[in-house]
Design a protein around this ligand. Structure first.
Ligand code: SF4
Length: 394
C-alpha cells in the first residue's frame, strides 16, 4: 500500500495540486472595509465581458450577489464553456469545480479560484495513489476486468482522469442512476455481470444502487483506503456488485434519522427534502431526494403554507427560506453547519481576485495539466453521452 499524507489542516501547506487546503497568497482587503461592495462592483464593471463570475449554490450571499450565473458544479462548468468570449472565469466554489471548468473551457480562458484554501473534504478522501492501490488489489483479486470505475463530479481531476483511462465515467447527483446502469451494461456479457467502483462518496453510491437500481445493501462493500486491502477480503470483493469508496461529504453526513423523527413530531405535515449525499438511513426516511437543482425546483413549486425541512448546505437553505417567506422552511440539523471550505470564498477574496485581474495579474489560476485533462475529458464525455438525465441548465 502506498503511503499517503493525511489531510493538511485548512490554510496550511503548499500542495497546490491537491484538493487539500493551501495558503492564499493574497494581500486581502480587510473584511471590515466598508467599500468592499463598491470595489467589487467597480472591478467587475472595469472587466466587463472579459470576466464571467460563477457562483455555486452553497456560496455566501455576499458572493452570490456578484455571480453572473448560479448553479451546481456541473451546470456552472457547462455555463463557463458556453461563454468562450470570457477571458477569465472566476469560480466561486471549490477546487474540483474550478478544475472541471478549466477542463471544459477553451485554452484561451483562465479559471480563477478566489481562495486556494477552498478545497472539498470529500474530494480529498480519494487521492490518486490510494485509488491506484485499490485498483491493484482488484487486479490481484482477479476482478479488475469486471469493474467499471464511476466517479462523482465531486472529485479531483486526476480521479476523473483515472476513470477515463480505465473505461469509467463521471456522474452528478442528477444522473448517478443512469451512469450506474451504463456502467453495469459495459460488463453484462461477463459471467456474473459487472461491478462498479464508486468514488468518492459512499452515500451517493449506496443510495443510488439500492434505492434506484434495486441492489441490496449486501451487494455493497466499503473500501477503506486506510486499511490494508481496503479492509476487505478478496472473496468479499468478488461477491460485491458495488465497491463503495469510504468517502463522504462532511456537511451532508451530519444529517441524522433522529432529527428527521424529531421534526416530524414537532412540525405538522413537514416534508423532508434531502440531497443524496446524506446517509442511507436519512434518505430512506425522507419524502423527496435529489440534487441541489431538484431541491430548488421543488421549493419553487411548493404550495404556499407548506412546511419543509431541507438536508443540504445551510447557505442554500437560508436563501430558499428568504426567497419563499410564504413557505415554512427549516434546516435539517440541530446546529448551524456551513460547508467550511465553500465559505472560504468571501467578499474580500472576491474583491482581491477581481482587482488583481483589473491590474493585469491573474491570481490563483487553476490549471489542469494536458494529460490529466485529456483523460478526464474522456470520462466527462462518456457522461455527456449518457441517455437523458443530465440536469438541463436552469
Ligand atoms: S458541501 Fe460537501 S461535497 Fe460540497 S464542497 Fe463542501 S464538503 Fe465538498
Amino acid at each position: 500500500m502506498t503511503v499517503d499524507l493525511p489531510l493538511l489542516p485548512l490554510g496550511r501547506g503548499v500542495d497546490l495540486g491537491a484538493e487539500r487546503g493551501v495558503e492564499c497568497p493574497g494581500d486581502l482587503p480587510a473584511a471590515s472595509d466598508p467599500d468592499l461592495v463598491a470595489r467589487a462592483q467597480a472591478a467587475k464593471a472595469a472587466l466587463g465581458e472579459r470576466v464571467f463570475v460563477l457562483g455555486h449554490h452553497y456560496q455566501r450571499d455576499e458572493v452570490i450577489a456578484f455571480a453572473d450565473v448560479t448553479g451546481d458544479s456541473f451546470k456552472l462548468a457547462r455555463d463557463a464553456a458556453a461563454r468562450p468570449d470570457a477571458e477569465f472565469i472566476v469560480f466561486c466554489g471549490v477546487h474540483f469545480m474550478a478544475e472541471s471548468a478549466d477542463i471544459l473551457t477553451g485554452p484561451g480562458q483562465q479559471v480563477v479560484l478566489p481562495d486556494l484554501a477552498a478545497g472539498c473534504s470529500m474530494a480529498d478522501m480519494a487521492r490518486l495513489t490510494q485509488v491506484e492501490d485499490a485498483w491493484d488489489a482488484l487486479v490481484e483479486a482477479g476482478i479488475a476486468d469486471a469493474v467499471v470505475p464511476v466517479t462523482y463530479m465531486n472529485s479531483s481531476a486526476d480521479i476523473k482522469a483515472f476513470c477515463g483511462r480505465n473505461g469509467g465515467v463521471v456522474c452528478t447527483s442528477s444522473n448517478a442512476e443512469v451512469a450506474l446502469e451504463w456502467a453495469f451494461e459495459q460488463k453484462q456479457h461477463l459471467a456474473g455481470g459487472g461491478k462498479v467502483l464508486f468514488l468518492p462518496d459512499q452515500h451517493l453510491g449506496r443510495n443510488t444502487a439500492v434505492l434506484q437500481l434495486g441492489l441490496s445493501l449486501d451487494d455493497c462493500v466499503v473500501w477503506n483506503p486506510h486499511k490494508p486491502n481496503g479492509g476487505l477480503t478478496a472473496q468479499q470483493l468478488r461477491d460485491a456488485k458495488m465497491i463503495l469508496w469510504k468517502g463522504h461529504c462532511s456537511v451532508h453526513g451530519r444529517f441524522s434519522a433522529e432529527v428527521v423523527d424529531e421534526l416530524r413530531a414537532t412540525i405538522p405535515g413537514v416534508r423532508i427534502l434531502v440531497h443524496p449525499e446524506c446517509k442511507h438511513e436519512v434518505v430512506t426516511k425522507a419524502d423527496l431526494v435529489g440534487s441541489t437543482e431538484f431541491i430548488i425546483r421543488t421549493i419553487e413549486a411548493a404550495e404556499p403554507g407548506s412546511s419543509w425541512a431541507i438536508g443540504t448546505e445551510l447557505n442554500l437553505v437560508k436563501r430558499l427560506a428568504d426567497a419563499h417567506p410564504d413557505k415554512h422552511i427549516s434546516f435539517l440539523d440541530r446546529t448551524v453547519c456551513f460547508c467550511s471550505t465553500m465559505n472560504r470564498i468571501d467578499l474580500p477574496h472576491l474583491v482581491w481576485a477581481l482587482e488583481s485581474l483589473v491590474a493585469g495579474e491573474v491570481v490563483n489560476r487553476i490549471e489542469v495539466d494536458a494529460e490529466t485533462e485529456k483523460w478526464a475529458l474522456v470520462a466527462l464525455q462518456r457522461m455527456l453521452d449518457l441517455p437523458g438525465r443530465i440536469a438541463p441548465p436552469a
